[in-house]
Ligand binder design. Structure first.
Ligand SMILES: Nc1nc2c([nH]c(=O)n2[C@@H]2O[C@H](COP(=O)(O)OP(=O)(O)OP(=O)(O)O)[C@@H](O)[C@H]2O)c(=O)[nH]1
Length: 163
């Protein structure tokens, strides 16, 4: 059986274009990313843990899709492992390809309105419930397009209506 075709990205972002990359084609790593909303319509940002590329930068929680997993399964596992919450449905929203010096990633961004559990930062991250414009800094380069898309689409009521 052949693997399903990768979705075309809504946008391709080249980060730190002046920094060297490995020559030749680089594999694209699939990443599941969650925009988690709370009851007040705020969304969750967390910092990248110490030791990872861009440590301390703010991003939407998520992580790499493992072989055999769907995006929703990967997001459920990552959010359980990293922030201790259990999600219901993940609504696929947009796809961003980001070309970093250290990796090329395909972010499958999902919106999540249904989740339970107490936030627990298992990897020493900081977290913040945010509205637009965000007040945390520095934001990960590959997170800015998601925030821009959110601004273009309107508030969480619109997001939920369109999910
Ligand atoms: N979670 C998340 N990752 C993002 C966002 N934007 C963005 O460019 N990324 C990139 O997507 C990749 C996510 O990989 P990761 O290293 O956090 O994933 P992981 O937890 O599975 O990593 P591990 O293999 O070190 O355990 C990173 O290259 C990160 O820079 C975002 O908003 N959220």
């Amino acid at each position: 059986m052949t693997a399903p075709a990768a979705p075309a990205p809504d946008e391709v972002l080249v980060v730190d274009a002046d920094r060297p990359r490995a020559p030749g084609p680089r594999p694209v790593v699939d990443v599941a990313v969650g925009v988690l909303f709370d009851r007040d319509g705020r969304f969750l940002l967390t910092t990248r843990p110490p030791g990872k590329a861009y440590a301390g930068h703010w991003e939407f929680p998520g992580g790499k899709v493992e072989p055999g997993e769907t995006v929703e399964q990967a997001l459920r596992r990552e959010l359980q492992e990293e922030i201790g919450v259990t999600i219901g449905s993940a609504h696929p929203w947009r796809v961003l390809e980001a070309d970093y010096p250290h990796a090329r990633v395909r972010l499958h961004v999902c919106r999540v309105f249904d989740w339970r559990g107490e936030l627990q930062m298992h990897e020493g991250q900081a977290f913040a419930w945010q509205t637009l414009p965000v007040t945390v800094t520095p934001v990960l380069p590959g997170t800015w397009p998601l925030l821009r898309w959110m601004a273009q689409e309107g508030g969480p009521e619109t997001a939920q209506a369109n999910a």
